[in-house]
Design a protein around this ligand. Sequence first.
Ligand SMILES: C[S@@+](CC[C@H](N)C(=O)[O-])C[C@H]1O[C@@H](n2cnc3c(N)ncnc32)[C@H](O)[C@@H]1O
Length: 222
Amino acid sequence: MISKELFLLQSNHNKTKRNYLYRMQDEKVNCMKVAKKYEKDYWDGKRRYGYGGYKYIPGRLTKVAQKIINKFKLNNSSKILDLGCGKGFLLFEIKKILPNIIINGLDISRHGIKCSPKSIKKNLRVYDARRPLPFKDKYFDLAISFGLFHNFEIHELEKSILEFSRVSKKNYMMVESYKNDKELFNLQCWALTCNSFFSTKEWKWILKKFGYKGYYEFIFFK
Ligand SMILES: C[S@@+](CC[C@H](N)C(=O)[O-])C[C@H]1O[C@@H](n2cnc3c(N)ncnc32)[C@H](O)[C@@H]1O
């Protein structure tokens, strides 16, 4: 059987240093409230609210973009969707490598989309991914969703994962998770927007239960 777990994103995620205890004690409940609006403070405000300033850095996502292109054999006639695309930097990077690829990005954040690169802004749209997706069955060759689904509550997950699967021939999602108590503790300290705190075992169980047949990746807080 082909393994559906991928490991294309973890190395980028692990490059960041995180002070877990500091975050936990820094008025975290209030910071979570602010972060969950996904607006300017979350992206470009203080680190306590989210990214702490999320700018396009040339080259930062090039390797990831290339890995995705290779893994899913994307080419200039492919169509891809990024669900929860944020500022659209990954789509932008993929399009730099494959200029004629058709891209679509959806995200709930007005600020995220507003700050996306000018050349792809027309392909991005403010949209709540908990709603039915406005695309035909299998319209895309690949749908990706990185860092989105763990923000949903469990009752929202089933429908949104089914929709994500429906609109594309292949799917690849990444969620926050943990394999042991230390990673659970760190995740609980760090996460501002997460609502689904599940171990890798639980995620695999949930995905199977929902009939998800796509690829998935977990990131951890070590
Ligand atoms: C951790 S960020 C990941 C952004 C981007 N995918 C990346 O990997 O850099 C989570 C993203 O999910 C988006 N998001 C959260 N809830 C959402 C919802 N209900 N519908 C659509 N996007 C949502 C946020 O605005 C944010 O862009």
